[in-house]
Ligand binder design. Structure first.
Ligand code: SIN
Length: 523
């Protein structure tokens, strides 16, 4: 088992605690349909070719469909409805109707459905992982890791559903009592990315559903099957019709679907994970109805290695942080800043580790750690960053070029400077550009120069430096001597142009709740 796999398995281990078996009489059966307990399925039966609205599998009103492509082989996996604004509006109305009863359920009832859903996702984890690898390309072991990560969000919000507390405020007048209630917002519109086709859905949707909201979700056009499989399992778990609705659409209709979600007066909340450019458009569109908006946008994570670092630990941290999902995560190291005293040694060790541990290939092949990029446009961008760096003086230590199809060789660049595109833009691919710095002040200044502020990492064994730098980094997430930090228990959210709000953790559910101040007089 390679490092990558060992590391991912240990991450999975953190998420993967035993799920408490949910008993049906914990639900009020008049409100929530019975779960289809004990149903076992074949992998293929989770692959749905229709969208999921009001608990039913439905085509687009236009009858149009679009093809879903395996990024590894270029082959067609199947097709799904190409829905438009009109279909989306129908889904919003359905979700609004379902909200009228879902908001009346108790936290315990919602928790029970979510727990059952998590249990079914665990039971069918292999089928979910295979679908995910087929449509997104990540290696099967990583896909299994994502399914465990995604399921952990369902479990987490099943627990958080029961911990939404209000407040009693000490009275200012004896004849009054003052309280704060928390109430669900209503219909939440969601747009999710292709890089985590399972976990980004559960991280958003389960927070909303736990709070008592209902959901209309558009998955990325590249990866609709994971979303639809999650719908089937939710339905099997007893999720009432209309609580979770998935609208599939091609890139041609994505903008109108997004606009409908953002502008519709019955939608109270927008949650989006994707590019900063699209996030800004959605934020602007949501202004017309003053919606609450959560955005998880692009990053440009600095990964700083100080002279005081344990170099082997830093190399290991970088491998997971940079090459997870072939570098296609918003939190992966984008600029690697290494202090001059250990620069050459670090570059050498990273190169040797890449030779030993990274294997490019189809995600279904044993031993693959680096799957394809999502499409040829992504490969063009990565090649563009490498070419630009080389023209401006970078040295290609490893890789540096595209392979057939959507594959790109894991790449290590040294002598990188801030003037290169790979320093100022998010590469979203398997390229590790290494810059040299002299002082802590210089490293922090370079780290903070960007308008992004999602994740930042640094390796140091100097305690006061650890405190100083952790406080000075202008990012919502900081990994200190750690390259993989995402867990459901911790808040995930960016500063500056990397986003608004937080997902996961005890804070994630607040994004789907109104505060209501109730002042009771005449007492
Ligand atoms: C992302 O890339 O958007 C999510 C990564 C994570 O949850 O760690």
């Amino acid at each position: 088992m390679s490092f990558m796999f060992r590391k991912f398995h240990s991450v999975i281990g953190q998420h993967h605690k035993r799920i408490t078996v949910f008993t049906l009489h914990q639900l009020r059966m008049d409100r929530v349909p019975a779960a289809t307990a004990g149903v076992t399925r074949n992998a293929s039966s989770f692959k749905h070719e229709n969208a999921f609205i009001d608990g039913k599998w439905v085509p687009a009103a236009s009858g149009k469909t679009f093809q879903v492509i395996n990024p590894s082989t270029g082959g067609v996996i199947g097709s799904v409805p190409d829905m438009d604004a009109q279909d989306t509006e129908e889904a919003i109305k359905v979700a609004y109707k379902a909200f009228q009863t879902w908001k009346e359920t108790t936290a315990r009832e919602r928790s029970g459905v979510l727990r059952k859903w998590a249990e079914l996702c665990t039971q069918h984890k292999d089928e979910l992982a295979k679908l995910l690898t087929a449509e997104m390309g990540k290696p099967l072991a990583e896909a299994a890791g994502e399914v465990a990560y995604g399921t952990a969000f369902i479990e987490w919000f099943a627990e958080e559903a029961r911990r939404v507390y209000g407040d009693i405020i000490p009275t200012t007048t004896n004849t009054r009592r003052m309280l704060v209630l928390k109430q669900p917002l209503g219909v939440a519109g969601m747009i999710t990315p292709w890089n985590f086709p399972n976990a980004m859905i559960t991280r958003k949707a389960c927070a909303a559903i736990a709070a008592g909201c209902t959901v209309v979700l558009k998955p990325a056009e590249d990866t609709p099957y994971s979303a639809l499989a999650l719908c089937e399992l939710a339905s099997m778990a007893g999720m009432p019709p209309g609580v979770l609705n998935v609208v599939t659409s091609s890139r041609d209709h994505a903008a109108e679907v997004g606009k409908m979600l953002c502008k519709h007066p019955l939608v109270m909340k927008i949650s989006f994970t994707g590019s900063t450019q699209v996030g800004k458009i959605l934020l602007e569109q949501s202004a017309s109805t003053v919606k609450k908006v959560s955005l998880e946008l692009g990053g440009n994570a600095p990964f700083i290695v100080f002279d005081s670092a344990d170099v082997d630990a830093a190399v290991k941290g970088l491998m997971g942080c940079k090459f997870r999902v072939s570098g296609q995560t918003c939190v992966c190291a984008n600029r690697i800043l290494v202090q001059e005293g250990i620069y050459d040694k670090f570059v050498q060790k990273v190169a040797e580790t890449m030779d030993r541990e990274l294997k490019v290939g189809d995600g279904f092949e044993d031993g693959t750690t680096q799957g394809p990029l999502i499409n040829s446009k992504a490969v063009d961008k990565v090649q563009g960053h490498v070419d630009d760096a080389v023209i401006k003086g970078a040295t290609v230590v490893r890789g540096g070029k595209r392979l057939d199809g959507n594959f790109f060789l894991p790449t290590l660049l040294s002598h990188v400077t801030q003037e290169m595109r790979c320093s100022s833009e998010e590469t979203f691919g398997p390229v590790a550009p290494i810059l040299k710095f002299k002082t802590e002040e210089e490293a922090v200044a370079i780290a903070n120069v960007t308008s992004s502020g999602l994740a930042g990492y640094f390796f140091s064994q100097n305690l006061s430096q650890i405190w100083r730098v952790a406080e000075q980094l202008e990012t919502g997430i900081v990994g200190v001597n750690e390259g993989l930090v995402s867990v459901p228990e911790s808040p995930f959210g960016g500063w500056k142009e990397s986003g608004l709000g937080s997902e996961g953790s005890k804070y994630g559910i607040d994004e789907y709740l109104h505060l209501k101040y109730v002042c009771m007089g005449g007492i």
